[in-house]
Ligand binder design. Structure first.
Ligand SMILES: Cc1cc2nc3c(=O)[nH]c(=O)nc-3n(C[C@H](O)[C@H](O)[C@H](O)COP(=O)(O)O)c2cc1C
Length: 342
């Protein structure tokens, strides 16, 4: 497989042993490595794309991965490009990421990351071959926003007809935005990050990868130090990426009419059953877990890895309450769950 080293700037020489398809960029300790791939080698079957609606319906949080199956670098590249093309305020481009390739990431450092992650996330981190640390960069707001916003003028995204002038941007809007305290800006930029991550997640689904977002609540102040991010960069979420070892079905969602309101809050927007049927046809709405065999699948995987097979459940009366009319899940859950519970 031809791989051309285009630009190598590393303290240590890194040998890429397995098949590298797709331009590869790894950010770690400010080193970077770029491989120019032969994109023609990406097999057609792997770029056969899903319908968007099917990808939305097929996305799952994956919690068991095939640790032995590496993720192609070009797939990670596509996920990152999808994140880059997400919409963001003033075109600010505040979402960044560190791609952690466990084949070459220092083991001791990865153990420190695991210690920062919530304990219930350890198994995902150990099994997934790639972990993406999603970040937001406050400099994109406080230092670069005027530029990234202004580029929308010559690119003809905004014009005077939309109420924008360069004078308004620089003399009115910009000073107001710059006056926001760090917490407010951080809260705003988490929305951009959410959009970017969601794009990347859908592309991963499209490419046959599984992902799960992972909280790092165990040592929140330690986490940026372990990653080595500067003060203006806020690590927000880890994402395990790999090939799914499990094949879960869709998870329950709250009723449509409890989430969406017509004209005023509290006036339920009724769910259109014909639309719902069409979305089933397009596979955005899919059969819900637990499908037959799901529990056996989890138990089998647990046996493979020497993990506990226990299935902790809710108390029976809490499960029953989900079926009551006042429950946000009323009419949404498969029958038979009442038999479960403790
Ligand atoms: C911001 C965010 C953080 C999450 N954090 C975790 C986490 O720390 N660990 C985990 O196992 N799942 C985590 N999840 C996954 C959710 O619990 C998941 O959405 C839920 O299981 C529904 O399943 P689905 O994503 O397959 O539809 C997170 C999801 C989001 C959007």
């Amino acid at each position: 497989m031809p791989i051309h080293f285009v630009n190598v700037k590393l303290d240590a020489f890194i040998v890429m042993t397995n098949q590298c398809m797709g331009t590869y960029v790894l950010f770690a300790n400010h080193h970077y490595l770029t491989l120019k791939p032969n994109l023609a080698l990406i097999e057609e079957k792997e770029v056969n794309t899903m319908e968007l609606m099917k990808a939305i319906g097929s996305r799952r949080s994956i919690r068991f991965f095939k640790p032995w199956k590496p993720v192609e670098e070009w797939k990670i590249q596509m996920m990152l490009q999808a994140a880059r093309y997400a919409s963001c305020q003033g075109n600010c481009g505040s979402t960044e990421a560190i791609v952690i390739d466990k084949r070459i990431y220092p083991k001791e450092k990865f153990e420190q990351i695991i210690e920062c992650a919530s304990p219930f996330n350890e198994i995902h981190l150990r099994q997934a071959p790639v972990v993406i640390a999603w970040l937001l960069n406050l400099d994109a707001w406080y230092k670069e926003l005027v530029q990234s916003f202004a580029v929308l003028f010559p690119s003809r995204a905004i014009s005077a007809a939309h109420g924008w002038t360069y004078k308004l941007l620089t003399e009115v809007t910009y000073p107001r935005l710059m006056s926001f305290p760090r917490e407010r800006t951080e809260a705003l930029l988490r929305i951009e990050a959410g959009q970017a991550i969601a794009n990347a997640f859908l592309v991963a689904t499209d490419l046959g990868l599984g992902c799960c977002l992972l909280a790092t609540g165990r040592k929140p102040t330690e986490f940026p130090k372990v990653l080595g991010t500067p003060d203006n960069v806020v690590p927000i979420w880890l994402m395990a990426v790999g090939y799914a070892l499990e094949s879960p079905a869709q998870r329950p969602r709250k009723r449509f009419d409890r989430l969406f309101h017509l004209n005023e809050y509290g006036n339920p927007l009724k769910e259109d059953s014909e639309v719902k049927e069409e979305l089933k046809r397009r596979k955005m709405i899919q059969p819900m877990d637990p499908l037959p065999g799901r529990e056996e699948e989890i138990k089998h995987i647990c046996r493979m890895f020497g993990l506990t097979e226990a299935m902790p459940d809710m108390p029976k009366e809490h499960i029953k309450a989900l079926y009551n009319e006042d429950s946000p899940y009323y009419g949404e859950l498969p029958s038979g769950l009442e038999d479960k519970g403790v």
